[in-house]
Design a protein around this ligand. Structure first.
Ligand code: ATP
Ligand code: MG
Length: 568
């Protein structure tokens, strides 16, 4: 219900006709299927419920669920919920909503790593019994010190050779809540001299006296990500476990755990590069900070790169899926231009959004030779090159609103709008000629007085006068007052994450609010695609802050790419 105003169905015709994507992961899958290694493909999308999903997650979602779709396999949604202190059920719910909104269906019920806490604990015990894990009482800073560096090997902990019996009873005490946080942890016994830091006896279980959103107060020891993820994959029978490049080294640990426990499944991990998008941040830590420090108005602020923010901004699911298709999947680090994302929504809405007229920054145009009290209904096409979208009726009377910037007292020939003593066409209506103006005390034009040529509705002036300019307008008698929110990039630099303090790079002018007018009844009739093109001003959708008296419109994107010239 909350979504009433801004849920729209993706409807991208071009996406439907395109071929399946190909990438190195799909090539691996093709090989695994033809060699008979697998006969069914199982993937998973494993978000940690500690924030809302962002456009980077959409890349992972489209990859994992897209593979399941194209190979008639399945994809699980699994909440990677091993850090109860930072996680919350609100995030669980928002993640489910976002995945579904993007158009994907997970296999069966949503899963949780916490569903496997009993099994994970038993596997930890198995490692202890095999002499492959030990309880370490070293202080955390000592442990860090002894890990060594990339150039120097680490040193063995004094607890590394504790006997199995003692380790079993100490782990039991850890589990029973007899130790404080940080007092001890369970470590895998691998190789303190490994060139891969993650293999230097990594912690696999830690003490955490915290309430968990799924398991309540049952546990006071929680498994670490590297131990949990691979086992959860194996339990679920995942064939291809796809993650981002920063886990490349951790693949050794992933394989080590699976090899050393008695589980009958060998999932394989493959890494791809994460999405980075210019002029924004895509790390949950930073997005959390933007929300917590009120730099934006919540997770679904239309300036946020979250799925919820993009949805509220007016992005369709189809446009986001198309974006993920266009950027592809590789192992190369990259920074994608914002104009790539905007092109996708523009392509969708250009084809599928009906046209309408709105005046964002109004001045009044009084047609002096139009009889007072007279009104008429004009017919306007909803789309310039798609007749199937039909027409609508718009009111016309003696007074209309036009954009302040569409009028000048004097101008050269390049200005193809309304100028004193010159003519312009009112879109879908008549040709008018400006005669005189009225100004406020600051010298700003508030009203333009004009005359209209009644013989120009749907046709050129009879005497062959050429009228080049066309401007949009809204009938003052029937117009609906509206608020317009225009958005700009959230940051002033292409890569805010590289700044010492990324919040210093926030663009103070990322939101501009305008008060103007739209055609009557517009907001009560939201089109299927969820947005309109307001002629000459951009694509807009209705925001959830709308009231019955005053609709609020978000500008999803302008009509043309304005990013390209930004570097100049
Ligand atoms: P962050 O670094 O923003 O906190 P994360 O990787 O910790 O992100 P998770 O909730 O663990 O966030 O991510 C779930 C899945 O989405 C993981 O498989 C992760 O690799 C993937 N993912 C996260 N960010 C991106 C991104 N920018 N591009 C592609 N995939 C991503
Ligand atoms: Mg993560």
């Amino acid at each position: 219900e909350i979504l009433k105003y801004y849920v729209h169905k993706g409807n991208m015709r071009m996406a439907e006709t395109e071929h399946r994507p190909t990438n190195f992961i799909r090539q691996i899958i093709d090989k695994d299927l033809s060699s008979g290694l697998h006969d069914a493909i199982k993937t998973r999308f494993p978000p940690e419920p500690n924030g809302f999903l962002h456009i980077g997650h959409a890349k992972s979602i489209c990859l994992n669920f897209g593979i399941a779709q194209d190979y008639t396999g399945t994809c699980n949604l699994r909440f990677d919920d091993t850090n109860p202190a930072k996680e919350d059920i609100t995030f669980v719910n928002s993640i489910k909503e976002d995945v579904q909104w993007l158009g994907f269906t997970w296999d069966g019920e949503a899963r949780y790593s916490s569903n496997y806490f009993d099994q994970l604990h038993a596997y930890a015990v198995e490692l202890i019994e095999k002499g492959l894990a030990y309880v370490d009482f070293s202080a955390q800073d000592v442990m860090r010190e002894m890990r060594g560096t990339l150039k120097e090997p680490g040193q063995n902990s004094p607890y590394r050779d504790t006997d199995v019996e003692t380790n079993l009873s100490e782990f039991a005490k850890m589990t029973a809540g007899e130790y404080k946080e940080g007092e001890c942890s369970l470590r895998a016994k691998i190789d303190m001299a490994s060139p891969f830091m993650c293999m230097r006896d990594p912690v696999i279980y830690r003490v955490k006296h915290a309430h968990h959103h799924q398991t309540g107060d049952k546990w006071c020891v929680y498994p670490m990500y590297d131990f949990t993820h691979c086992i959860s994959d194996a339990i679920e029978g995942i064939t291809h476990s796809l993650c981002t490049l920063e886990f490349q080294d951790n693949r050794r640990l992933y394989d080590w755990v699976i090899e050393n426990i008695s589980i009958d499944c060998t999932p394989r991990q493959y890494e791809f590069s994460r999405l980075n998008l210019e002029y924004t941040v895509l790390s949950k830590r930073r997005l959390i900070q933007l929300v917590d420090e009120n730099h934006v108005h919540g997770w679904d602020d239309p300036r946020m790169p979250t799925i919820a923010g993009l949805r509220r901004r007016g992005y369709t699911p189809g446009s986001i899926v198309e974006f993920c298709k266009r950027i592809g999947v590789t192992k190369m680090d990259n920074m994608v231009e914002m104009s790539m994302l905007e092109a996708c929504i523009r392509d969708d809405l250009n084809a599928n959004a009906p046209r309408a007229m709105a005046v964002l920054d109004p001045i009044k145009l009084v047609i002096e030779n139009y009889e007072e009290g007279q009104t008429e209904t004009l017919v306007a096409p909803n789309h310039p090159n798609d007749e199937s979208m039909g027409t609508r009726n718009i009111g016309f009377s003696r007074e209309v609103y036009i954009e302040a910037e569409d009028f000048r007292e004097s101008a050269n020939k390049k200005f193809k709008r309304l100028v004193l003593d010159k003519e312009v066409r009112l879109r879908n209506a008549y040709v008018v000629k400006a005669n005189r103006v009225e100004k406020d005390e600051n010298g700003n034009v508030t009203t333009v007085y004009c005359t209209y040529d009644p013989d120009t509705l749907g046709k050129d002036p009879a005497d062959g006068r050429k009228v080049k300019g066309v401007i949009h307008w809204v009938d003052a008698a029937t117009a609906q007052a509206a608020e317009f929110r225009l958005y700009d990039r959230l940051f002033n630099v292409p890569n805010p994450a590289a700044e010492e303090n990324f919040t210093d790079a926030i663009n103070p002018d990322s939101l501009e609010v305008k008060h103007g007018w739209v055609e009557a009844g517009l907001a009560d009739n939201v089109p299927e695609v969820g947005a309109w093109q307001f002629e000459r001003t951009g694509y807009f959708c209705v925001d959830k802050d709308s009231t019955d008296d005053k609709p609020v419109f978000n500008r999803t994107v302008g009509l043309r790419d304005t990013w390209a010239k930004m570097g100049e």
